[in-house]
Design a binder for this molecule. Structure first.
Ligand code: AMP
Length: 379
């Protein structure tokens, strides 16, 4: 174990935090990322290559003991190429599903998990037909390469169709019914090589301009039934994919009265599943799980490493209540953050730039009330 080298495709902050969690376990890391200034490169060996060059991938495979990834747009072909040479976790098939919103929603429906109503859109005529079937408002999204709300538009009235088609037409699209959700939640789950599964409590997520700003964990008012319903979805997805590692699933929680708008009737699911719609999954550690570094017994980063290495999974139990505040574009004076009781600062070594995630703050507290007091004290 002591000299195991983990190869990670992608060298962003998620890779950097994986390395920070792995050093106490005696692990070494090597990152493959085309960006010269990849934040993980400040901590570990960094190959500056692209993912499409087989010679580069072969050299990478020779220099590591196993491969994982920290962003989901790694070409599936690159992951499969590596998997012929070295163990790759999570399985490349999970990447394939997560990279295509149509495949992803079809996958969750096949498990009996509800999603917003959706339709594939490859032409203007299909867009008209999809609007006819799903109704308005609706969200038109590119099937691939969307993130942080990019590559998507909300259609509120028939007159929006022209603008939306002008902006996004020409690529493979999906139209989704606009869900009047009560709130956005996510579940971070892990599956080990032996099939053991561990799930963290649901987090409640708040976005602005399509970017995650704040996660609260456990989600305020989380009931055991809602948690069980989310865990059931996660367990089915993990098992269906033969998944190894950490998986994040983003969910919409409906108002109880909103259930009737969505067809969620599936005898295999309890009534509480009808309150949860799957939005998307990320086959990796996830921003809405950063609170686990200080807020849980085992962080999502350590958990991912335990899983891919075939080690026992750690406890996902919380240590009190946690909030994760993303630092977008710039960061406050560290002293002002650290003066707040229970605050922990994580800066990613990135240059400040508008809209860029440059760090996060975790706040920990003994109660939900204390957490909100402390949140109000942050600069
Ligand atoms: P996504 O890239 O699919 O995660 O979408 C980014 C954000 O847009 C989500 O976090 C939601 O706030 C919102 N959103 C996405 N899809 C829908 C939908 N079908 N109905 C309502 N809001 C949505």
């Amino acid at each position: 174990m002591s000299h195991t080298t983990i190869g990670i495709l992608g060298g962003g902050q998620l890779g950097r935090m994986l390395a920070l969690a792995g050093y106490p376990l005696g692990l070494r890391f090597r990152f493959l990322d085309p960006a010269a200034d990849a934040p993980a490169g400040q901590l570990a060996a960094h190959d500056h290559g692209g993912y499409a060059d087989p010679a580069q991938l072969d050299a990478f495979a020779r220099s590591v003991d196993l491969v994982s990834y920290e962003f989901e747009n790694v070409p599936v072909a690159a992951a499969r190429h590596l998997a012929e040479r070295v163990p790759v976790y999570p399985p490349p098939q999970a990447l394939a599903v997560a990279q295509d919103r149509l495949a992803e929603k079809t996958f969750f429906n096949s498990l009996g998990a509800a999603t917003p109503p959706f339709a594939s859109v490859d032409s203007r005529a299909e867009l008209e037909a999809a609007i006819e079937r799903i109704g308005l408002p609706a969200v038109l999204k590119t099937r691939r390469l969307g993130y942080d709300g990019k590559g998507q538009l909300v259609l509120r009235a028939p007159a929006d169709t022209d603008t939306a088609w002008a902006a996004l037409g020409g690529t493979a699209l999906i139209l989704e019914g606009f869900v009047p959700f009560r709130r956005e939640l996510s579940i971070i789950a892990a599956r080990g090589r032996d099939g053991q599964i561990a799930c963290y409590p649901l987090a409640e997520n708040h976005h602005r301009d399509g970017i995650l700003r704040l996660s609260l964990a456990p989600a305020p008012g989380l009931s055991p039934m809602l948690q069980a319903a989310a865990e059931q979805i996660a367990q089915r997805a993990l098992e269906a994919l033969g998944y190894v590692g950490v998986l994040a699933i983003e969910l919409f929680e409906l108002e109880p009265a909103g259930q009737s708008q969505v067809d969620t009737h599936d005898a295999r699911f309890s009534a509480h599943n009808a309150l949860l719609l799957v939005n998307e999954m990320a086959p990796r550690v996830h921003n809405s799980g950063h609170w686990t570094i200080e807020g849980a017994e085992t962080s999502q980063f350590e958990q991912h490493l335990r899983a891919v290495l075939g080690l026992p999974l750690g406890s996902p139990a919380t240590r009190g209540h946690a909030a994760m505040v993303n630092l977008i574009g710039s960061w406050p004076e560290p002293a002002a953050v650290l003066a707040v009781p229970g605050a922990h600062l994580h800066l990613y070594g990135k240059l400040a730039r508008p809209g860029r995630k440059v760090g996060h703050i975790t706040l920990r507290a003994d109660s939900a009330a204390q957490l909100h007091e402390r949140l109000a004290m942050l600069p």
